[in-house]
Write a protein that binds this ligand. Structure first.
Ligand code: NAP
Length: 310
């Protein structure tokens, strides 16, 4: 299994899931230090792992990664591509190089991964490519123009590749389309909006998305949607575009942006930020917070009942 984007969020959660099954893994992302950490986690879980620091937007880098994978393990059965960056800002206020690097990373590098992987898969009539799109490949929201443009492009690319793959039995292409997932991508994003972005509810865990990826590796499917509201949003966007466009701006400002102010910055668009990399983004409460919240609520309710009884 090759995983590009393995150092954080969904890709890192997928690496853990595959490692738990003892799969042989080639992990790639830009930051060598975080990648080494993920490699050690996966080895501890029982997997044989090769970590290869790679910027997927560097010409020739993806082909070199494939060569390294084949040299280490003999062949590539599954390639999971989750690497992506994001940028918030009105289109006319976003610096052009930021917009272009988002498209380069999220669309053109995914195309390069597909090109390298499919050439190898076709030669042996076997292999599964799992690309990661987004619900924003079917709908749009303000302030995410580069990301939405790239994910719409990826949607078109994936469908085309699926049609072409009908001529190559044994080669499968899957597209995973998450809605909101609790990963660091929202804080890692470039921001020219003044407010930190956040995932609008309902929010899935990175583990849930990772399990969908693992399931696709074993049972390839054309498209997998993760998120209970994805269908509703797609319906509104397609069937009621006028109403959708009236509502999406206010809803985005309410649910898709936090009140936390932030100075303009390029996030991880051009370079990684190891301090921000993790499986979880902290948008969902973890077990300790849940226990604290439940015990706090129980204590408050208990003392209210006692006061009434007295
Ligand atoms: N989280 C969500 O709510 C959500 C929703 C819909 C779709 N998605 C999609 O799910 C996928 C995973 O996102 P995530 O939320 O898990 O994001 P994340 O936590 O920010 O992880 C992104 C990964 O991509 C790597 N990466 C970024 N640029 C790269 C480059 N140029 N070369 C190589 N690796 C690069 C990052 O590592 P380095 O920075 O070290 O390179 C990191 O490992 C993306 O395709 C995203 O669009 C996420």
């Amino acid at each position: 299994m090759v995983i590009t984007g393995a150092s954080s969020g969904i890709g890192r959660a997928a690496a853990r899931e595959f490692a738990g099954r003892g799969d042989r893994l080639v992990l790639a992302a830009r930051c060598p230090a975080t990648l080494a950490q993920v490699r050690d986690e996966c080895r501890a879980a029982g997997a044989a792992v090769l970590a290869v620091p790679v910027d997927v937007t560097t010409p020739g880098a993806v082909a070199e990664l494939a060569d390294a994978a084949v040299a280490e393990f003999g062949d590539i059965d599954v390639w999971v591509h989750t690497a992506a960056v994001m940028a918030y800002g009105r289109f006319d206020e976003l610096p052009a190089p930021v917009f272009e690097q988002v498209v380069r990373t999220d669309l053109l590098a995914a195309a390069e991964v597909a090109r390298v992987a499919l050439r190898r898969f076709r030669a042996v009539s076997a292999g599964t490519l799992i690309l990661t799109g987004s619900v924003l490949g079917h709908i749009t929201a303000p302030y995410m123009s580069g990301y939405a443009a790239a994910k719409w492009g990826l949607q078109g690319l994936a469908r085309t590749l699926q049609q072409e793959a009908r001529e190559t039995p044994g080669v499968r292409i899957c597209l995973i389309n998450p809605g909101s997932v609790d990963t660091p991508i929202y804080r890692q994003a470039a921001n020219y909006l003044g407010r930190v972005g956040r995932p609008p509810p309902p929010i899935a865990t990175a583990r849930r998305a990772a399990r969908a990826i693992v399931h696709c590796a074993d049972h390839p499917r054309r498209e997998v949607s993760i998120g209970r509201l994805n269908v509703v949003m797609r319906f509104g966007f397609t069937v009621l575009p006028g109403l959708y466009d009236v509502l999406v701006g206010p809803l985005m400002r309410l649910a898709g942006l936090s009140n936390q102010p932030v100075a303009s910055h390029d996030g991880t668009v051009f370079a990684p930020n190891p301090d921000g990399e993790a499986v979880r983004g902290g948008w969902l409460p973890g077990l300790p917070q849940l226990v604290r919240a439940v015990s706090g609520a129980t204590a408050t309710a208990g003392s209210a009942v006692l006061r009434r009884l007295r």
